[in-house]
Write a protein that binds this ligand. Structure first.
Ligand SMILES: Nc1ncnc2c1ncn2[C@@H]1O[C@H](COP(=O)(O)OP(=O)(O)OP(=O)(O)O)[C@@H](O)[C@H]1O
Ligand SMILES: [Mg+2]
Length: 285
């Protein structure tokens, strides 16, 4: 049987000639249906590039990505993406944003059924009281919940979360982590979460996989996380195995980081630029 999601020898570069950067090199990963995967990585290492490749927003230079055995060749409703910057339509309410996405994916759904469907997913992210609010009236955490509800309401096969919680304060982040774990259990979706937070990866994922620093980033050692679910932060924090797991992953990342700074000997020559002062206006007498 074909794996659920298979990334095979994927490489991706941007630019041409001397400005060409090989961002990802030979990425290989197999994800099972219903799995929760966390990719942790350094800034600029190619995490968003990886998500965009799976989302079909860009194409690999080499290799291929298969979803249920079928090669990904463009965006599709089978993959729900949540980006860091919320990306809600500002002129539509919470319900309007979710409704619009549902309408695109299920054009034949009757209006009453669609309304119930939208309401169900908004309830799932605890935003029923904000159903008719506009994005500008919402906090960052609430906006991110709408993005999650919108992606889930499209009933995708896999949810791709690109650092959805990074812009949030610690408290909001903590409560949304719990919600994401619950939603994942209830919806039984496959999830790939990009995060810069090792603890978040351990709290949520079945496997934590580091993306090595770029250029030519590849995936590192896979860390399986076996804490029983539902997980809660307090219990996990007090668990000796959690501390061991966290130390192991952090040490691994630190070693990778050292390697990055040692190998990054390139000297950048900056152009001589002087600020241009505005021309003095003649005094009006
Ligand atoms: N469309 C593009 N054109 C040219 N270069 C790009 C493009 N997209 C990404 N890059 C480059 O690829 C590299 C990886 O970018 P990417 O956004 O995937 O990193 P990231 O790990 O998501 O970073 P961050 O932690 O800041 O979100 C960077 O050097 C970036 O400048
Ligand atoms: Mg990114």
């Amino acid at each position: 049987m074909a794996a659920f999601l298979e990334i095979r020898n994927v490489s991706k570069s941007f630019g041409t000639g001397s400005s060409r950067v090989e961002v990802l090199k030979n990425i290989n990963l197999t994800i099972e249906e219903g799995e929760f995967i966390a990719i942790v990585g350094f800034t600029g290492s190619g995490k968003t590039t990886l998500i965009s490749l799976i989302a079909g927003l860009i194409e690999p230079d080499e290799g291929e990505i298969l979803l249920k055995g079928k090669r990904i060749s463009g965006p599709g409703p089978d993959r729900g993406v949540v980006f860091q910057n919320y990306s809600l339509l500002p002129w539509l309410s919470v319900a309007g944003n979710v409704n619009m996405a549902v309408k695109q994916v299920f054009p034949k759904m009757k209006s009453k059924e669609r309304k119930e469907h939208v309401a169900r997913y908004i309830e799932m992210v605890n935003l029923t009281s904000a159903l008719h609010k506009m994005p500008s009236e919402l906090s960052g955490g609430m906006r991110q919940r709408v993005s999650v509800a919108r992606a889930l309401a499209m009933d995708p096969e896999i949810l791709l979360l690109d650092e959805p919680l990074s812009a949030l304060d610690a408290l909001t982040r903590g409560s949304l982590q719990i919600e994401i774990e619950r939603i994942w259990r209830e919806s039984k979706k496959t999830v790939m979460l990009i995060t810069n937070d090792v603890d978040e990866g351990i709290l949520l994922a079945d496997r934590v996989i580091p993306l090595k620093p770029g250029p030519r980033a590849t995936l590192g050692t896979i860390f399986p996380i076996n804490f029983k679910r539902p997980r809660d932060k307090a219990t996990i924090n007090a668990d000796e195995n959690f501390k061991k797991e966290r130390n192991a992953i952090n040490s691994y990342l630190m070693e990778l980081g050292k390697f990055r700074s040692a190998s990054n000997k390139k000297v950048y020559h900056l152009p001589q630029i002087e600020p241009q002062l505005p021309r003095q206006k003649k005094a009006i007498v």
